[in-house]
Design a protein around this ligand. Structure first.
Ligand code: SAH
Length: 405
C-alpha cells in the first residue's frame, strides 16, 4: 500500500538518533527545513538530512515540539482507519469495569500524541493538548464513542499546556448526549468492596478525578487494614476525599481531610456519606496544608497513617529546587505527626522530580524530623497510565510508603 505524498520536513545532520529510537517528539532546533506547503496541524513526512524517510507525524510551527510522530512505517497512511485502529488498540489494553473510571488513551504512551481520553462509566472525557489533535477532535470523539458505546463525549481542554501550541482553552460537548451535572463511578477498595465517587465532569480537576492514584488508594487502604481497626488517619490535599473513602473502608476510626478548597471538601463529605460513613464537621479542615501541619504539630496531634498527595509543585525545570524544599517540608512535618510504627504515604506528581530525587528529598525530611523510617512500598501511576520505553517522559507520579521508627 502506498500512502499519499505529504509535504516534507528535513532534519539537520546528526539529529536523527532520537527519531530512529522512536522518540515521538521533533524539536524545532533539530529541523533544517519544512516545505512551505506543509500546514500547521497537517501531516508531514520526516526525512533525514540525507533524504531518507524516517517517520510521519503532524506539524505545528508555533510549538517548540514542531512535529509529533505517529508512525515510522512509510506505508502506513494516517487516515480514519489509522485513528480508529490506535484508539481501539488503546481501549483494548485497559481493564475498567463498566461502572468504573479509567484512562483509555494516554497520549504518546498509546501512539496518540496530544490525546487524552478518560472514561467515567457511560461517559468519555477528552483532552486535546496539541493542534494536531485539536483539528481532528470531533472525528476522534465520534470514533471513541462508537468504539466504547459511550453515551457522550465531553471536552476538558482547559489546560495551560495548550498555550504552547497557540491554543486557547476549550470545553464542551463533542459527541452524543450532554453528561449530567454530576455522576458517580465505582472505585473498588483493596478487598473489592465498591466505593462510589461523585464526579463533576465539567468542573472537576483534570478530567474530573485523579485516576492516576486509583491503584495507590487501594494499596494504601490495604496498609491501613494491616494496622488493624481504629487507625487515626490524616488525608492532606484531600480534594474530594478519595483516599479517605479507602481508609474508612479499611477500618480507620477517623480521617482528618485537609484541603484549601471548601468546595472540594464539601464533595468529600458527600462522598463519605454516599458510602455509608458518618463524618463529623471536625473531619474536614479547609486550610493551607503547610500551615495546618504546623498547627497539628504545635497541638501535639498524632496519627497512625498520613497521606500527602500535593498538586504538582514543580511546574518546570526552573522550579525544581523550590519544589524540592516544599516536598521536604511536607514529609518532614508529616513524619513528626506519626506515632511510632505509623505509616506515611508521600507522593509527587512532578515529572521534573525523578523517583530517585524524591527518595533523597524524603530522606533529608526524615533526617530533619529526627525519625528513622523504612520504605515498605514504592508507588507509581496507575497501569492505565502506561509508559512507553521510548518515551520515559510519560512517567510522572511517584510515591513512597514509609514506616516510621
Ligand atoms: N488526593 C486527591 C488528589 C489531590 S489533588 C485524590 O486522590 O483525589 C491536590 C489538592 O490539593 C487539590 O484538591 C487542591 O485544592 C489542594 N491544594 C493545593 N494546594 C494546597 C495547599 N497549599 N493547601 C491545601 N490544599 C491545597
Amino acid at each position: 500500500m502506498t500512502s499519499p505524498l505529504h509535504p516534507r520536513a528535513t532534519l539537520r545532520p546528526d539529529r536523527d538518533k532520537p527519531v530512529r529510537q522512536r522518540h515521538p517528539w521533533v524539536f524545532s532546533g533539530a529541523l533544517a527545513r519544512i516545505d512551505d506547503a506543509a500546514e500547521d496541524g497537517g501531516l508531514v513526512d520526516l526525512l533525514s538530512a540525507g533524504g531518507e524517510f524516517l517517520a510521519r507525524g503532524y506539524l505545528n510551527r508555533r510549538s517548540q515540539i514542531m512535529i509529533r510522530l505517529l508512525t515510522w512505517d512509510a506505508a502506513e497512511a494516517i487516515d480514519d482507519a489509522f485513528w480508529r485502529g490506535r484508539i481501539g488498540r488503546a481501549c483494548a489494553g485497559r481493564v475498567i469495569p463498566p461502572d468504573g473510571a479509567g484512562r483509555l488513551v494516554y497520549s504518546e504512551s498509546d501512539g496518540l500524541p496530544g490525546l487524552i481520553l478518560d472514561r467515567y462509566g457511560d461517559w468519555l472525557v477528552v483532552q486535546a493538548l496539541t493542534l494536531g489533535i485539536e483539528t481532528r477532535k470531533q472525528q476522534l470523539a465520534r470514533v471513541a464513542r462508537e468504539l466504547t458505546g459511550a453515551r457522550g463525549v465531553f471536552e476538558r481542554s482547559d489546560v495551560d499546556v495548550r498555550e504552547k501550541e497557540g491554543l486557547a482553552p476549550a470545553t464542551g460537548l463533542l459527541a452524543g448526549e450532554e453528561p449530567p451535572a454530576e455522576l458517580t463511578f465505582v472505585e473498588s477498595a483493596f478487598d473489592d468492596r465498591p466505593l462510589r465517587q461523585i464526579v463533576d465532569l465539567r468542573r472537576g480537576h483534570k478530567t474530573g478525578a485523579y485516576l492516576d492514584q486509583a491503584i495507590n488508594r487501594r494499596r494504601v487502604g490495604r496498609w491501613c487494614a494491616a494496622l488493624g481497626p481504629g487507625a487515626q488517619c490524616l488525608n492532606a490535599f484531600a480534594y474530594t476525599g478519595a483516599f479517605a473513602l479507602h481508609l474508612l473502608a479499611a477500618g480507620a476510626a477517623g480521617v482528618l481531610n485537609i484541603d484549601s478548597s471548601a468546595e472540594a471538601l464539601a464533595t468529600a463529605r458527600r462522598n463519605l456519606e454516599l458510602n455509608g460513613f458518618a463524618p463529623n464537621d471536625d473531619d474536614f479542615h479547609c486550610a493551607n496544608v503547610f500551615e495546618a501541619l504546623r498547627g497539628l504539630r504545635d497541638r501535639a496531634r498524632r496519627f497512625d497513617l498520613i497521606v500527602l498527595d500535593p498538586p504538582r509543585l514543580a511546574q518546570s525545570a526552573a522550579h525544581v529546587d523550590r519544589a524540592a524544599r516544599a516536598y521536604k517540608d511536607l514529609s518532614m512535618l508529616a513524619l513528626k505527626l506519626l506515632r511510632p510504627g505509623g505509616l506515611l504515604a508521600t507522593f509527587s506528581c512532578s515529572g521534573q522530580i525523578s523517583a530517585e530525587l524524591f527518595q533523597k528529598i524524603v530522606f533529608s525530611a526524615a533526617l530533619d524530623a529526627g525519625r528513622d523510617a523504612q520504605i515498605v512500598e514504592r508507588f507509581t501511576q496507575a497501569p492505565d497510565h502506561p509508559v512507553l520505553l521510548s518515551f520515559p517522559e510519560a512517567s510522572y507520579l511517584k510515591g513512597l510508603l514509609l514506616r516510621a521508627g
